[in-house]
Design a protein around this ligand. Structure first.
Ligand code: PMP
Ligand code: GLU
Length: 399
């Protein structure tokens, strides 16, 4: 290449989830029937009243630049939704609306971290966390959690990982990829450590509405004033309202940090999409029955997937309490013949062989800081899940 790349991007990896989905799509485009369980993206169409609000917004001329951090009506709708759903009171000047939760995460990290800083990330983690931290020149400090603890990061682990360079803890409950939902007491214990050492916490709550089996969602900001001063909530409409393509997410932080994030965003991207902001208002303030209906469908899909996976020998997993992934260990299938005589040594090879041989697309655990694991997204219909899991079983245990 004739270009000298910046140090920031020289080591940058592409998003592994998006790369895996692109690989599956390329195979599909060549005419092969692919069972694609890569992306964490609800397969439902965005509810009709939300789409209608977008059309109405365009017709009303809301097709111009907006304030950089989002329109006041959407910020108000976000505040109302947190008060309605969780009894949490926020103010508009604490919110920046961004182009998806991913953008909000990048903004927060860029606002708080730079070369020499450390960011604590419990593993398994969502693929983009470590790359976005590295992009700022900061160092991700990866701390493994275990299946035995339900993939819950403990206050002792948090305390041990803190150094004078620590700038941020990144938490994600419900978790992508493990589905772990942190018990309230576990969150509260982490909050106490954060307050004791004055460490800011980015709490990625994007799967807040996707909780199963009576598990309770609690926002990290709900543990009192001292915790709130250190908490940055990130969430958005992508998952709960099936609005991935609309690109609307937000951060909620103490006002001075929010101002910095807003300034950053005003230089980066001017504002999030005007029409999508109006659609998001309809999602947040309109009838919530579509959220309930989609949740009910995910409950069925989860039950189906768990039932099938319990019958696959040698595959280990912890039942996901939230989100729409099953994250399972396939180490028992390394170094032995699989379908078509394929032999694999790690989970990346496993995913490649599975796609080539059985046309089933998953994401490698390597991308989530969890070698030996793979992730299946069950954000798709039961018929496809059933056929795909049949093929996975054949791949693992060829007759
Ligand atoms: N956080 C987590 C844990 C995710 O899985 C995702 C993927 N959607 C995001 C953030 C980003 O969401 P968005 O589509 O709103 O950018
Ligand atoms: N978050 C989803 C996933 O993990 C969508 C892809 C992405 O945003 O990286 O699959």
């Amino acid at each position: 290449m004739n270009f000298r790349l910046s140090p920031a991007v020289q080591q940058l990896l592409p998003s592994a989830t998006i790369a895996a989905a692109a690989k599956a799509k390329a195979l599909k485009a060549s005419g092969v029937k692919v069972y694609d369980f890569t992306l964490g993206e609800p397969d439902f169409n965005t509810p009709a009243h939300i789409r209608a609000a977008a059309v109405a917004a365009m017709d009303a001329g809301h097709t111009h630049y907006t304030p950089s951090g989002g329109i006041p009506e959407l910020k108000k709708a976000i505040c109302q939704a947190y008060e309605r759903d969780y009894g949490l009171k926020f103010e508009a000047h604490q919110i920046v609306v961004s182009n998806g939760a991913k953008h909000a995460i990048h903004n927060v990290i860029a606002a708080l971290c730079g070369p020499g800083d450390e960011v604590i990330i419990p593993t398994p983690y969502w693929v983009s966390y470590s790359e976005l931290v590295k992009l700022t020149g900061a160092t991700p400090v990866l701390v493994p959690t275990t299946p035995e603890s339900g993939y819950v990061f403990s206050p002792e682990q948090f305390e041990r990982a803190i150094t004078p360079r620590t700038r941020l803890l990144m938490l994600n409950s419900p978790s992508n990829p493990t589905g772990a939902v942190y018990p309230v007491a576990a969150l509260e214990a982490l909050a106490q450590v954060a307050v004791k050492h004055q460490i800011p916490v980015l709490s990625d709550e994007i799967y807040e509405k996707l909780i199963y089996d009576g598990a309770e969602f609690r926002s990290f900001a709900s543990f009192g004033e001292e915790v709130r001063k250190l908490t940055i909530i990130v969430s958005g409409v992508s998952k709960a309202y099936a609005m991935t393509g609309w690109r609307i997410g937000w951060s909620i932080a103490p006002a001075p940090l929010t101002k910095v994030i807003d300034d950053l965003q005003s230089q980066q991207t001017s504002n999030p999409c005007s029409v999508s902001q109006h659609a998001a208002i309809a999602g947040l303030t309109g009838p919530q029955d579509s959220v309930t209906a989609m949740h009910a469908e995910f409950v069925k899909r989860r039950a189906f997937v768990l039932d099938r996976f319990r019958q696959i020998p040698g595959v280990q997993f912890v039942e996901p309490g939230g989100a729409f992934y099953i994250f399972f260990n396939v180490a028992q299938y390394f170094n032995k013949p699989l379908q078509g005589g394929k032999v694999v040594q790690n989970s990346t090879e496993f995913c490649t062989a599975l796609l080539e041989t059985a046309h089933v697309a998953l994401v490698t655990g390597d991308a989530f800081g969890a070698p030996s694991y793979v992730r299946l997204s069950f954000a798709t219909n039961i018929e496809t899940l059933s056929a795909g899991i049949d093929r996975l079983e054949q791949f693992l245990n060829p007759a």
